[in-house]
Design a protein around this ligand. Structure first.
Ligand SMILES: CC(=O)NC[C@H]1N[C@@H](C)[C@@H](O)[C@@H](O)[C@@H]1O
Length: 450
């Protein structure tokens, strides 16, 4: 691609990442046994005063269930009699885990990389991690190296494999401070001791040595006393994985690309390379309390993906498997819906880039001004792709720079009929079902390719 984005550190971001556009996040852990949280709202759009005591992230169960009086605290006593959290590791059986089935679905959905949790904030490792003794899924619970199982299945289908690691929080090896809103002044109880820094560094190096991950997805920063280790660790990573990419959650030490999460850190979505992550619902770990009103439907997920891609980003969409290893049906249905949509639309998503500024009016407008349809654009060297949804009467004026494209070349990627004609401020398109919530793409040849 001509204008390869530069990372914040100046290293060219490997094209595989910026071309990928779509990845699957997987949050799976001992927390998937209780699978209990309140679906309160999205990060960045929820009152931080209530966030921790009513945390919608089911993977935070260890913390939320220790906040006295919280609904999770009540639930944990009522259902589990306040038993120790680590019992959930032994109750986690993963008896129906079929990594090939997951990888097939992710590939059909058009994902090009998969990033599972290898150690979340509870400190339980999904591989035989150094320093964890038997507190990992190889020696207890599933009794499997889940990282290796998923890496093999994903790579066998040509997808890239990354690893999520909670460097900044570890409620086992690091500080066990319960985090409440009033603790925010205490750096959220993050561990900074030298011993923990050495522990975390050893584990990330082990992940690199064993799995050669294509993405190093760290979370919540890195221990202060371990910051000096990072340049050497990154150098070792790139030597082992020349096309590897590193996210931006290392307390400013380094980043190949920037991240946002739900509505948080959206200021990062202007970077040369960036990625928005969120769950299909309001949680990353499976939350049995989520209903249809809390989840994206297929149209919502496709619009999110297309909006992110039209602005030059990647979407890392999370699924939260159940403790038995099956994907919740309502989350599976969304990925199957994306897969069906991708059969006609993948070419307008993968390896595309945004239109140049000024080439199109974001959002577009209908001819009669009855409120804009939903319109987003992508392009490649030869084509411009207009994604249209919600166009009243199946008709819309797409406001584009005159001369940008050739209206006579309009064609729907799903083969449906479409008519297009130049008008004073763009192109008028008309086609059945352009009023549907699920975006349809109309391809145009660029008047001047390149
Ligand atoms: C912005 C931030 O620090 N988020 C931390 C958040 N990241 C998600 C991908 C999940 O792993 C959460 O459990 C975690 O707390």
């Amino acid at each position: 691609m001509t204008d390869d984005p530069q990372s914040p550190t100046g290293r060219p971001v490997p094209a595989w990442f910026t071309d990928a556009k779509f990845g699957i996040f997987v949050h799976w852990g001992a927390y998937s046994v209780p699978a209990w949280a309140e679906p309160t709202g999205e990060l960045g759009a929820t009152d931080p005063e209530v966030w921790f005591a009513h945390n919608p992230y089911a993977e935070w169960y260890w913390n939320t269930s220790q906040i006295e009086g919280s609904p999770a605290w009540e639930h944990h006593r009522a259902v589990y009699g306040g038993r120790p959290y680590d019992d959930f590791l032994d109750l986690w059986r993963a008896e129906s885990f079929d990594p090939g089935d997951w990888a097939d679905l992710f590939a059909r959905a058009g994902a090009r990389y998969v990033v599972p949790t290898t150690k979340h904030h509870d400190g339980i490792a999904l591989w035989d991690a150094p320093g964890t003794g038997t507190r990992n899924t190889v020696h207890r619970g599933p009794r499997r190296d889940l990282v290796a199982d998923l890496a093999g299945a994903v790579r066998a289908r040509g997808l890239r494999f990354g690893v999520y690691y909670s460097g900044g929080l570890d409620w086992y090896a690091g500080r066990r401070a319960v985090i409440r809103h009033e603790d925010r002044i205490d750096d959220y109880g993050r561990p900074h001791e030298a011993a923990y820094a050495a522990y975390a560094l050893r584990q990330v190096r082990d992940l690199i040595d064993r799995y050669r991950p294509d993405v190093l997805w760290n979370d919540i920063g890195w221990p202060d006393l371990g910051m000096a280790d990072l340049p050497g660790m990154f150098a070792g990573y790139y030597a082992a994985v020349p096309e590897g990419v590193v996210n931006d959650r290392w307390d400013g030490a380094h980043a190949d690309y920037l991240t946002s999460e739900y509505q948080a850190n959206r200021q990062n979505e202007t970077a040369a390379a960036w990625e928005n992550c969120r769950g299909v619902g309001l949680s990353f770990g499976y939350n049995r309390n989520e209903g249809p009103e809390d989840l994206l439907d297929t149209a919502g997920a496709v619009r999110l993906l297309v909006d992110v891609v039209s602005r030059g980003g990647n979407l890392l969409l999370n699924v939260g498997p159940k403790a038995d290893g099956t994907l919740p049906e309502e989350q599976r249905a969304v990925l199957e819906g994306i897969a069906s949509w991708m059969t006609h639309h993948a070419a307008a998503v993968h390896a595309t880039r945004p239109l140049e500024p000024g080439d199109a009016v974001p959002g577009g407008e209908t001819a009669d001004g009855e409120g804009p349809p939903w319109v987003r654009w992508t392009r490649d060297d030869r084509h411009a792709y207009a994604f249209v949804a919600g166009a009243p009467g199946g008709e819309a004026v797409l406001k584009v720079r005159p001369g940008l494209l050739d209206p006579a070349t309009a064609a729907r990627l799903d083969g449906g009929p479409v008519s297009a004609a130049a008008v004073s401020d763009g192109v008028r398109v008309a086609s059945p079902w352009l009023d549907a919530p699920l975006p349809a793409a109309v391809r145009f040849s660029l008047a001047s390719p390149g």
